[in-house]
Design a protein around this ligand. Structure first.
Ligand code: BDR
Ligand code: CA
Length: 312
C-alpha cells in the first residue's frame, strides 16, 4: 500500500513520545523528518529527548532543532507534567543520533521542496516551527498535504479554563496555521482527555515485554502520577490523536468546524472560538477530533508495542 510521508514536529513530552512509538510501528507511515520545538521543556531538553526517542525506535531520518521560544510570548515549560528532563521515567541515550546543521523550519522546507508528493505535517507541540515555515516560505504551502495537530479544546482548556497548552504557549503561531487555508485536522482536549491510560492497563503493557514496551511503561508510571493527583483517571495520552486522525478515523468522532483563536482576551488568550451556529456563514477551516473509543485506543497502543517484539 502507498505510504504517507510525514514530518513529526513536537516537544517530547511523554505523549509526543508515545505518538512517535505508534507512528514508527505503522508500516503506512514514512517519517521524513523529526523536529523539536520549545514547549513541555526548553528547546535543548525537547531536542535531546527527540534524539533519544529516534535512537530507541531506530527512526532513521534527519532530526532538526526547532524554535527556542514562541513567536511573541515567553516560554512556559510544563515540568509539573513531564518532569525536569521533559521525559522523566527512563534514562535513555542518544546513541549515534545527530542533529542537522539547519534549523527545523529550513529542514521542513527542504523536505517539502524535494518531495515528489505532498507531505503531511503532524504537530504535537506549539506550532512555532510551522508558523515560521509558512511565513518564511509561503509558496511551500502547495507541497503540504495537510497539518494534523494536537491542540485546543472546544468546551474547556487545560492550562487555563479556556485554553489548551499547545495553543496557549504560542497562539500567534496557531493563528497563522489556522488562517493558512491548508487542510487542518485538530485533535482537541474533548477527545484527547478520553485517551487515558489507566493503572489498570499497565499489566497488559507489561505482558508485551519488549524493550520499547518496557520504556513506555516506565514513562507511563511517571506520567500518570500528576494527572491522577489532580483528578484524572490515569494519564491522558493526547498527542497520538493527531496521527490517528489520519490513520484510524474509525475510532474517532470528527466534525468540521470554523475555529478562530483568541489572542487578546484577559481570560481567553489561546482559546478556540468555534462556530456551531445553524446560521453560520463561516466556512469550516478544520476537521476537529471530538471523541475517541478509549478501549480501541488501548488495543491500538498494545498492537503498536508488539511491532517492536524481537528487536534489541
Ligand atoms: C499537550 O500539552 C503537552 O503537555 C502535551 O505533550 C500535549 O501535546 C496537551 O495539552
Ligand atoms: Ca506535546
Amino acid at each position: 500500500m502507498k505510504k504517507i510521508p510525514v514530518i513529526l514536529d513536537g516537544d517530547p513530552g511523554h505523549d509526543d513520545a508515545i505518538s512517535y512509538v505508534i507512528a514508527r510501528a505503522n508500516p503506512l507511515i514514512d517519517i521524513k523528518l523529526l523536529c523539536s520545538v520549545n514547549g513541555n521543556q526548553t528547546i535543548d531538553k525537547t531536542t535531546i529527548n527527540t534524539l533519544k526517542i529516534a535512537n530507541l525506535l531506530d527512526i532513521n531520518c534527519p532530526i532538526s532543532k526547532g524554535a527556542i521560544r514562541p513567536l511573541i510570548a515567553p516560554i512556559m515549560p510544563a515540568g509539573n507534567w513531564h518532569g525536569e528532563s521533559g521525559l522523566d521515567g527512563y534514562d535513555l541515550n542518544i546513541g549515534d543520533k545527530k542533529l542537522t546543521d539547519k534549523p527545523a523550519y529550513k529542514m521542513m522546507y527542504e523536505v517539502l521542496y524535494n518531495s515528489q508528493e505532498k507531505v503531511t505535517i503532524i504537530s504535537t507541540g506549539p506550532l512555532t516551527n510551522v508558523a515560521i515555515l509558512l511565513k518564511t516560505y509561503p509558496e511551500i504551502k502547495n507541497k503540504i498535504k495537510m497539518i494534523a495537530i494536537m491542540g485546543g479544546g472546544i468546551i474547556h482548556g487545560n492550562w487555563t479554563p479556556a485554553s489548551e497548552y499547545n495553543i496557549l504557549v504560542d497562539p500567534e503561531a496557531a493563528k497563522i496555521v489556522f488562517d493558512s487555508g491548508i487542510k487542518i485536522n485538530a485533535a482537541v482536549l474533548d477527545a484527547t482527555e478520553k485517551a487515558i491510560i489507566k493503572p489498570s492497563d499497565f499489566p497488559r503493557i507489561e505482558q508485551v515485554n519488549n524493550k520499547v514496551s518496557q520504556v513506555v511503561l516506565a514513562w507511563l508510571k511517571f506520567f500518570y502520577k500528576h494527572p491522577m493527583e489532580i483528578g484524572y483517571e490515569g494519564a491522558p495520552i493526547h498527542d497520538p490523536l493527531a496521527l490517528l486522525s489520519i490513520t484510524n478515523p474509525e475510532i474517532l468522532k470528527i466534525q468540521k468546524m470554523h475555529i478562530d483563536i483568541d489572542l487578546d482576551g484577559k481570560y481567553t488568550r489561546g482559546m478556540f472560538v468555534y462556530d456551531r451556529r445553524h446560521s453560520s456563514k463561516l466556512k469550516p477551516n478544520a476537521d476537529i477530533v471530538l471523541d475517541i473509543d478509549r478501549d480501541k485506543f488501548v488495543d491500538l497502543l498494545i498492537n503498536a508495542l508488539h511491532y517492536y517484539d524481537g528487536r534489541k
